[in-house]
Design a protein around this ligand. Structure first.
Ligand code: AMP
Length: 308
């Protein structure tokens, strides 16, 4: 039975420069990318904060995706979180031009009463002490997944991060973050060591080289969907997580086949995300677009039976 998914994270305005052009004031943030992506599969319920500059058009975009924003607080004492980034020629490396936390600096997530019994929860990349606080506000969800970043892994908040890790079921990180969290001489060893930190489901994203799933004893790999041109990689990770969690919540179980389908959906949604600036492309994607890309994805990786 289809379940909702709750996301706690940032809502932002982004200024993005890529070798193919630049855009200002794009609606962004981890919770935004996540919930728009997840909304293709189930209902997303957002917890975040915006300032008094948050536009009606952007509220309307969230409403069009039927995203529940009763957990989105408007703090009128300042502006919405702002982030600026510049991508290098290879589109993988980026330089953060600025991070203006604004009202996000005082963000203390309050999970609305109506969200507390939801079974699927995603803790976006925020201070691990706040992630812990969120876990204390919810009534024993079935599957909680976590995102984090180098700033929390290497910084003074590591002890909080280690505590959160023991209390979540899933971890979604990229290759570099995985290597900062623990050591492993091979990808397999790295995955198993990450599982030992707490979460029994671990996804290691490897950018254009796809993503690996460790689910209990099981292992699954999904390549990145090959596309003609990357326009703007911003939000691809959160979009992957939204597609993944949205699909799992829609199916309402943690079976391996559900996880495999979710890996493909995460990858498909991320491929749409990077084909346009900000949410341009991803927010216009239809269920048929997803089905078509999913089918082509299957064909891409399906091998004939071995004949010897
Ligand atoms: P990604 O490309 O997956 O790293 O996600 C980029 C999104 O994360 C952008 O829309 C930013 O607004 C947001 N972002 C950047 N830095 C931070 C931060 N320190 N905390 C929360 N969100 C951030």
């Amino acid at each position: 039975m289809s379940k909702n998914v709750v996301i706690v994270g940032s809502v932002a305005y982004d200024d993005v420069e890529t070798p193919l052009g630049s855009r200002k004031n794009l609606l962004g943030g981890s919770a935004t990318y996540f919930s728009v992506s997840a909304s293709r599969f189930t209902h997303a319920r957002l917890v975040g904060v915006v300032g008094n500059d948050f536009s009606e058009d952007d509220r309307a975009l969230l409403a069009r995706h039927e995203i529940d924003v009763s957990g989105l607080v408007t703090d009128t004492s300042g502006d919405t979180f702002r982030w600026g980034g510049r991508y290098h020629e290879n589109m993988n490396d980026r330089t953060t031009l600025y991070t203006h936390l604004n009202v996000f600096e005082r963000f203390t997530p309050k999970i609305p009463e109506t969200y507390r019994h939801e079974e699927f929860l995603f803790l976006g990349n925020i201070d691990p002490a706040l992630q812990l606080d969120v876990l204390d506000q919810v009534a024993g969800p079935r599957f909680v997944a976590l995102d984090t970043m180098n700033f929390w892994i290497e910084g003074p908040r590591r002890e909080f991060l280690d505590k959160v890790l023991t209390r979540v079921d899933g971890l979604i990180v990229n290759d570099e973050e995985a290597k900062l969290l623990t050591e492993g001489r091979s990808t397999l060893e790295l995955g198993r060591r990450l599982q030992e930190l707490g979460p029994k489901t671990v996804i290691v994203k490897r950018g254009e080289h796809g993503a690996l799933l460790f689910h209990g004893e099981e292992l699954f790999y999904v390549p990145a969907y090959p596309i003609e041109q990357v326009i703007d990689p911003t939000g691809a990770g959160d979009t992957f997580a939204g597609g993944f969690m949205g699909y799992v919540a829609r199916h309402g179980n943690l079976e391996l086949d559900t996880m495999k389908g979710a890996m493909l959906c995460g990858s498909v949604m991320a491929s749409f995300c990077v084909e346009g600036f900000g949410l341009d492309k991803m927010s216009a994607v239809t269920i048929d677009d997803i089905k078509n890309r999913y089918t082509r994805f299957e064909a891409l990786t399906k091998c004939p039976a071995l004949t010897l």
